[in-house]
Design a binder for this molecule. Structure first.
Ligand SMILES: [Zn+2]
Ligand SMILES: [Zn+2]
Ligand SMILES: [Zn+2]
Length: 303
């Protein structure tokens, strides 16, 4: 069981999940625990010879009942590829899996916030290459979510609605859009290719989306991630997170997906160093308008 301590100077919780130190670290494809269990081969964590999408409890959980949850979502039984290369129907099915997990976890009394995310690439600390994401059921409200709520209060309404309106008005940083979803590099991005993928309508969570909106969301996410891979002609590492309403059943929150990619060039990483870690101020080498322009081109190239 993890331990939680309050860090007074930061005013935030730190979680100690010491059992995670022993987790599987970058196994070869032959020993991948997320591959199907195939006849004549050692058993994996998934006891089926083939599958579409599988969700199971993380064997090395950061949170576990009765104080939260940690789940693994395996996108495909194909060891190779990524979210970007899934068949469109599979990517769309994943939206419905996310929605089902969100609803089930959000309904639990011990869970305050459901965070759906994916760490892609060794640069952001992934320990398994097989295409997969994760879901954490937080037993408390995480600080980033509290910051977004504070932004709502500061802007006197839904911050995501206000920012989307501003981005659409200038359109300089919009990299992709369809009739339900807009993707843009935010005005004050903290990563060179930070990208937000936002529902045009105020939808508090996946649960409020229509079937059409979920399809458009999966399409936009695939356009963006394929554009990322084309940008430098290499698999593009990223952290992808879904922000949506907390588990209190209210409408506070506006479903959006944030990408934090660590690359600033094909082979240079953006590090969080003295200024970012010690002062909390991000210093960027590129303007969001310039990176949006490059990313827009890379996305359009494949469409
Ligand atoms: Zn695998
Ligand atoms: Zn909104
Ligand atoms: Zn957000």
């Amino acid at each position: 069981m993890s331990q939680r301590r309050f860090n007074e100077l930061r005013g935030e919780d730190v979680v100690y999940a010491v059992q995670r130190q022993a987790r599987t670290f970058l196994p070869s494809a032959d020993y991948c625990p997320l591959c199907p269990t195939r006849p004549g081969h050692p058993p994996t964590e998934i006891p089926f010879p083939s599958f579409e999408i599988v969700v199971f409890d993380n064997l090395f959980p950061t949170f576990e009942a009765p104080q939260g949850a940690a789940e693994v979502v395996v996108y495909t039984d194909d060891h190779y590829g990524s979210f970007a290369t899934l068949a469109p129907e599979r990517a769309e099915a994943l939206m419905w899996v996310w929605r089902q997990r969100y609803e089930e976890l959000a309904a639990r009394a011990d869970i305050e916030y459901v965070l759906i995310f994916e760490n892609r690439g060794v640069e952001v600390g992934t320990t398994l290459h097989h295409p997969h994401g994760q879901i954490y059921g937080f037993p408390f409200e995480p600080p980033v979510i509290a910051l977004e709520r504070a932004a709502d209060a500061r802007l006197g309404g839904c911050a995501t609605c206000t920012l989307l309106e501003r981005e659409l008005a200038s359109a300089e940083r919009v990299v992709h859009e369809n009739d339900a979803v807009v993707a843009y590099v935010p005005f004050a991005a903290r990563w060179p290719y930070e990208t937000h993928v936002v529902l045009r309508e105020h939808r508090a969570s996946l649960s409020e989306c229509t079937a059409d909106e979920l399809e458009r969301l999966s399409s936009a996410l695939q356009h963006v991630t394929r554009g990322f891979d084309r940008l430098f002609g290499r698999p593009f590492p990223y952290i992808m997170v879904l922000h949506q309403a907390p588990s209190d059943g209210g409408r506070a929150g506006h479903l959006h997906v944030e990408f934090y990619p660590p690359l600033r060039t094909a082979d240079k990483l953006k590090y969080l160093a003295g200024c970012e870690q010690g002062a909390g101020t991000f210093i960027m080498d590129v303007l969001p308008e310039a990176s949006a322009n490059a990313l827009r081109g890379a996305i359009a190239n494949g469409s």
